[in-house]
Design a protein around this ligand. Sequence first.
Ligand SMILES: NC(=O)c1ccc[n+]([C@@H]2O[C@H](COP(=O)([O-])OP(=O)(O)OC[C@H]3O[C@@H](n4cnc5c(N)ncnc54)[C@H](O)[C@@H]3O)[C@@H](O)[C@H]2O)c1
Ligand SMILES: N[C@@H](CCC=O)C(=O)O
Length: 515
Amino acid sequence: MVQPYKHEPFTDFTIEENKKAFEEALKQVKEELGQQHDLLIDGERVRTDDQITSTNPANTKQVVGTVSKANADLAEKAVQSAATAFEDWRKWDPRARAEILFRAASKIRRRKHEFSAYLVYEVGKPWKEADADTAEAIDFLEYYGRQMIELKEGKPVESRPGEENRYIYTSTGVAVVIPPWNLAFAIMAGTTVAPLVTGSTVVMKPASNSPVIAAKFVEVLEESGLPKGVLNFVPGSGGEVGDYLVDHPKTALISFTGSRDVGTRIIKRAAEIQAGQNHLKQVIAEMGGKDTVVVDKEADLETAAEAIIVSAFGFSGQKCSSGSRAVVHEDVYDQVLEMVKERTEKLTVGNASEENVYMGPVVDQSAFDKIMGYMDVGKEEGRLVTGGKGDDSKGYFIEPTVFADLDPNSRMQQEEIFGPVVCFTKAKSFDEAIDIANNTEYGLTGAVISDNRDHLEKAKYDFHVGNLYFNRNCTGAIVGYQPFGGFKMSGTDSKAGGPDYLALHMQAKTISEKY
Ligand SMILES: NC(=O)c1ccc[n+]([C@@H]2O[C@H](COP(=O)([O-])OP(=O)(O)OC[C@H]3O[C@@H](n4cnc5c(N)ncnc54)[C@H](O)[C@@H]3O)[C@@H](O)[C@H]2O)c1
Ligand SMILES: N[C@@H](CCC=O)C(=O)O
């Protein structure tokens, strides 16, 4: 009997024993860094001449690992391998597939700090963020395993005398999984195991900034009993390998998480019918955000300041859910701004592989340059309150930054910056605050800080986002508790970690028999 699902607890690093255990894991992983990781195609490791070098964004001289790089020919082999393996895998008892996920979850739980330490080195995560990322990966395995067991008999439908009807879910085919680097473990793992557990086979192309953690996860799935060909691992360039996989006539399902531009490109390409293709491709595309924390005049301002800080600066603002906009009622605007300024100036920034800092670096040079470019835009469009500086001499460090007095239609308040920058806009009323919150093309997350019940009720209907939070930050959805996905240009609202997610990976079939 499978135990009821409960989310993985987070590690409290204020407890000395936990702190020591994590420092030990960082030390141990540091000694392992620089290893070679290869492709996995049809159960075989494939080493290529062309390699991706993954480095620590907090210390760009430190190589985390080198990873073989696939090209279109290898992507073709991976798809063929997945297509062959599908014929057997789809007939496995769904419970046996779920058990592979449960075994993998146990293995990762036992090595939790080791995986989190890899996240610290590979994408510069502070300890707390790395620990939450690993916990979420475990949650996806545990949750989707249980969901599959629940769905395996299908859903009840009515029958009539002399007629039996059934409604079941069938496996889809070859799934292409393309995750981002930011929730480098959780999203990569969740989007990989969801199609797997439903009986699809997978070709996974990790993000080029985080291929090592993905390679480590693939090893765990192999050790947990995944048969050959069911999961194929092909790191490579988005343009070459990504396009090839998306366009392939045997691709049946594409699960993408990443930017709006790449996501919409995939949706368009997937709609194009290729020679030899006799099915429509299913596309799950979870994309960017421009998320707002709204502060009402009747609100606990301590809660408001804390919510703005956590939403804006958690993992250096590199979350699709990051609260990069604060829309504050004019009666409390100056006070909230001052509180946020004071707290921001106390945040610690540094190399999380050396100390437990609040914020690490941003992920790479191109992210650094893009975010620093927005500092100039912010100074033109608004008022710099604190921060604004960056230093890329050793790693890609940027100060947590607050801009004030932005027009709701300014670039700073419309474009996804994906860095540690929050912009304040003043609203004359609660209604106006909600209108401003809704005035972007995105609709992913949002928070309302208010003690006014009528206003919270209004927000339930009028604040058009997939994940709406009251009196807290707008980041940190938990699998099975706050299913995650956005409206508008934020994506297909698949609600990862929710009860409807697996059904999106399957094809419902009605079977009706007359006696
Ligand atoms: N909505 C969500 O759940 C969610 C979660 C995490 C991140 N995001 C979004 O992801 C973005 C940041 O992640 P990123 O920088 O990795 O995004 P990205 O779009 O640059 O890359 C995402 C993935 O797509 C691949 N890719 C790039 N070009 C491709 C192509 N032509 N064809 C196929 N694949 C291609 C990349 O290699 C990577 O694996 C932000 O916009 C963020 O908001 C959204
Ligand atoms: N699900 C995560 C965000 C994922 C995107 O980066 C959250 O809720 O903060």
